[in-house]
Write a protein that binds this ligand. Structure first.
Ligand SMILES: Cc1cc2nc3c(=O)[nH]c(=O)nc-3n(C[C@H](O)[C@H](O)[C@H](O)COP(=O)(O)OP(=O)(O)OC[C@H]3O[C@@H](n4cnc5c(N)ncnc54)[C@H](O)[C@@H]3O)c2cc1C
Length: 401
């Protein structure tokens, strides 16, 4: 697609010149003119307040679009090994909050086979509508057929917003659907809100190495699409009653839409680190010092029946595997208790654990930023603090048995 200037709209403000890294815009007679250095990156399009720069073809398409046809929020639910993923319900909870601000319904879409039990459970979380695509061909997640089915449903329902869990499957499905629908996709959002005046989705996520939080909007395309990692949004309350209209949808799919065949599912035999669902996490960072001190963390974790988390610093050092990493580029956790040992509290780490109910920080530096986010702070050397803490917890647990 080629970038071009709409001469009628250009006011000659030169704002686009500053946005172009390639020196590909000249001013001729007070009018921006794209020259041969242009890479069609599109940076100038966003910089023009007057809508005077566009991709060829997109303008015409945009003018044809009528967003009034798009309505409501659709959460694409995910089923894995016969179970609905928690993130689907977390997103439904958030979608319902947004729906109130938008004045439009919050719905869920489910693809799979023999969905009776799962769909019954979803109705306890009260979606306005639950779209079901129940088909043996959709029993296991397969990229091509899921994309095809979901696209048909989205084209039919025309939601204004579509939300996906940022899981392995969600990350596979969402960008393919976004590119087919020619709309944007904001990955790994940490907050979602509605601009009340414009009635558009505000999609917030860390940018530039986590140094800023960017709020991204998609004003010119529908649906607006975002992925959110598990545990970033709170789990909504389960109602005792069921509510929501169930709408069966039959996508036009066939055997030929499945290009890969699952011959065998081999389960991992190593201990699976389940930080996302852990109630208690004992995490350690660079302050652990020597690798042999990790046994202090293991003892405390064992006493509390906790999972072990880690900062990126120790993961990068090879002291523990990446699946233990908490933070922006690791996992987002929401335990009842998070014990941060020898972790300074960098924003990228905090991004993954500030949803914890109670945080205990052990650090020898009184200025460590982690103390600002902690419920309780213990100032001291973790080599002395951790054995004492483990003993105290052991005593307490014995007394309360
Ligand atoms: C794009 C990007 C993404 C990132 N993603 C993540 C992420 O997902 N997760 C993450 O954790 N980081 C992430 N980081 C890295 C992050 O910026 C920090 O560098 C990292 O979190 C620091 O780890 P740390 O707290 O273990 O180490 P440090 O910052 O070095 O802190 C060590 C702490 O231990 C304390 N200490 C030292 N000795 C002792 C002792 N004997 N007893 C008690 N306390 C002691 C020190 O006072 C200090 O506060 C990311 C960075 C970037 C740029």
């Amino acid at each position: 697609m080629k970038v071009f200037v709409i001469a009628d709209k250009c006011v000659g403000c030169k704002q686009c010149l500053r946005s172009c890294l390639y020196g590909a815009i000249d001013m001729v007679n007070n009018l921006a003119v794209i020259n041969s250095k242009c890479t069609n990156c599109g940076a100038c399009i966003g910089s023009c307040k007057f809508g005077a720069i566009a991709y060829e073809g997109v303008v015409a398409e945009k003018e044809k679009k009528d967003f009034s046809l798009h309505n409501g929020i659709m959460v694409v639910g995910e089923i894995f090994q016969g179970q609905l993923k928690h993130v689907s319900l977390e997103l439904l909870g958030k979608a319902k909050e947004l729906a109130v601000k938008l004045g439009e319904p919050a719905c869920m879409a489910l693809a799979g086979h023999k969905l009776g039990k799962i769909s019954d459970e979803v109705l306890h979380y009260a979606p306005a509508r639950l779209y079901l695509m129940d088909n043996p061909l959709l029993e296991e997640y397969q990229t091509d057929i899921y994309v095809k089915a979901m696209l048909q449903l989205i084209r039919e329902v025309k939601p204004a917003i579509v939300l996906f869990g940022a899981t392995h499957n969600g990350r596979d499905l969402a960008p393919r659907i976004a590119s087919e629908l020619y709309c944007g996709l904001t990955a790994d959002c940490t907050e979602l809100d509605i601009d009340q005046a414009e009635k558009i989705l505000l999609q917030t996520r860390p940018a530039f190495g986590g140094n800023i939080m960017a709020t991204i909007i998609s004003p010119d395309h529908r649906p607006q699409m975002a992925t959110v990692r598990p545990k970033v949004m709170k789990m909504p309350e389960r109602m005792s009653d069921k509510s929501g209209e169930v709408v069966e949808f039959t996508p036009q799919i066939g055997k030929d839409d499945i290009r890969t065949r699952i011959r065998k599912v081999v389960r991992e035999t190593t201990h699976h680190v389940n930080l996302e669902d852990a109630q208690v996490i004992v995490s350690f960072g660079r302050g652990i010092g020597d690798k042999s001190n990790i046994k202090l963390i293991e003892k405390l974790a064992e006493t509390l029946n906790a999972e072990i988390g880690a900062s990126r610093a120790v993961v990068d050092k090879g002291m523990i595997s990446k699946d233990h990493q908490v933070g922006q580029t690791g996992k987002t956790v929401r335990p009842k208790l998070y014990i941060a040992c020898g972790i300074s509290g960098a924003v990228q780490h905090l991004a993954g654990m500030t949803g914890s109910d109670v945080v205990i920080a052990v650090n020898k530096d009184p200025q460590a930023p982690i103390f600002q986010s902690a419920t309780y702070g213990i100032l001291g050397d973790l080599k002395k603090v951790l054995p004492a803490l483990t003993e105290e917890f052991k005593k307490y647990l014995k007394e309360t048995e």
